[in-house]
Design a protein around this ligand. Structure first.
Ligand SMILES: [Zn+2]
Length: 236
């Protein structure tokens, strides 16, 4: 970690504190090597699972700048993990590389995507007391739409977490009245996980201005600050 990034990370951590505010009541288990452990009053210990969407044979949407969505998702998820770490929360990741290993019988891109989606879902459902935040980027057929959109699973606690995140992310990504938290009806993971789960579409890679911002490390850190702050506030 270079010095400039470390300074920006600390600044983002301050933003997380401001976002999460006094509502956050976390008692951290700081044993080295343990996964994310945030004590939630009235619940057992929650584990933050970050899911950088796509990866491997599936690059996701392609930005107007030519960048793959999977790479942007990873950059933002990594910043979320780094920020969460400053709060003693070591997030689990569904992937930590652009390279994915597939079973031999997954020979087509479609088969690889199906295997990967099911594999991630199994991982999330096998994580005790997980709270899932999946990171994606949006794309539309015209250049106009912009801003964040948070989708949620039909599981307990998901809608509340999504609405909180939507409000926070709007402050970074700007107003777009079309963007409101809504249920992720046709998203496999959202419909097959058993934990509180949200999917954050951080912005539109089809919008030239926003696509460039989404590739800016400083903007990625701002998004991460809102996501981690929203998570801490949402699980408190
Ligand atoms: Zn996506």
């Amino acid at each position: 970690m270079n010095k400039a990034f470390a300074i920006r990370l600390v600044c983002a951590a301050v933003a997380v504190c401001l976002v999460a505010g006094a509502a956050v009541n976390i008692c951290l288990s700081l044993r080295p090597g343990t996964a994310a452990r945030v004590r939630v009053p009235g619940r057992n210990i929650a584990t933050l699972v970050l899911d950088p969407g796509h990866g491997g044979a599936d690059g996701g949407a392609v930005s107007v700048t030519g960048t793959s969505e999977s790479a942007i998702n990873m950059e933002i998820a990594e910043r979320c993990r780094a920020l969460a770490g400053l709060f003693g929360v070591t997030a689990e990741m569904t992937r930590d590389s652009e390279e994915l290993q597939y079973p031999d019988d997954a020979s087509t891109i479609r088969a690889k995507k199906v295997w990967d989606t099911k594999h991630r879902t199994e991982f999330i459902n096998s994580t005790e007391n997980a709270v899932l935040i999946s990171i994606h980027q949006n794309k539309y057929t015209t250049a106009g739409p912009h801003g964040c959109q948070v989708l949620y699973a039909p599981t307990v606690g998901s809608r509340e977490l999504a609405e909180g995140l939507q409000e926070l992310l709007r402050q970074v990504a700007g107003e777009d009245k079309r963007n409101a938290a809504q249920i992720g009806k046709e998203i496999y993971i959202m419909n097959h996980v058993t934990c509180p789960a949200v999917l954050v579409e951080c912005g539109f890679v089809s919008n030239v201005v926003e696509a460039k911002r989404l590739e800016d490390p400083k903007y990625q850190l701002k998004l991460a600050a809102m996501i981690v702050g929203g998570y801490l506030e949402g699980i408190s």
